[in-house]
Design a protein around this ligand. Structure first.
Ligand code: ZN
Length: 85
């Protein structure tokens, strides 16, 4: 993960910011190979989604729209803010 990515590479700064936030939370597995943040099997759903979102934020609008849609779906779940975000 790099915060030094060139701004010019990022086509969706909001999605990029959200992805970095999630990557920072779900950053590593614990000794049981579960996410140290949310306790799910590593890589957890949030980690995979964040990685996808980070990649999508640097590509075309079509993919970034899809990733944002996924994130918004996750956020609509009551557990999202408590566990994922
Ligand atoms: Zn996690």
């Amino acid at each position: 993960m790099s915060r030094l990515a060139k701004a010019a590479d990022i086509t969706d700064p909001l999605l990029w910011r959200d992805a970095q936030h999630m990557l920072g939370r779900h950053s590593s597995p614990d000794e049981q190979d579960q996410c140290a943040w949310c306790g799910k099997a590593w890589p957890c759903d949030a980690r995979r989604l964040a990685e996808r979102a980070a990649a999508a934020s640097k590509r075309g609008w079509r993919e970034s729209w899809t990733a944002r849609h996924d994130i918004n779906n996750l956020r609509s779940l009551p557990r999202w803010r408590r566990e994922f975000y």
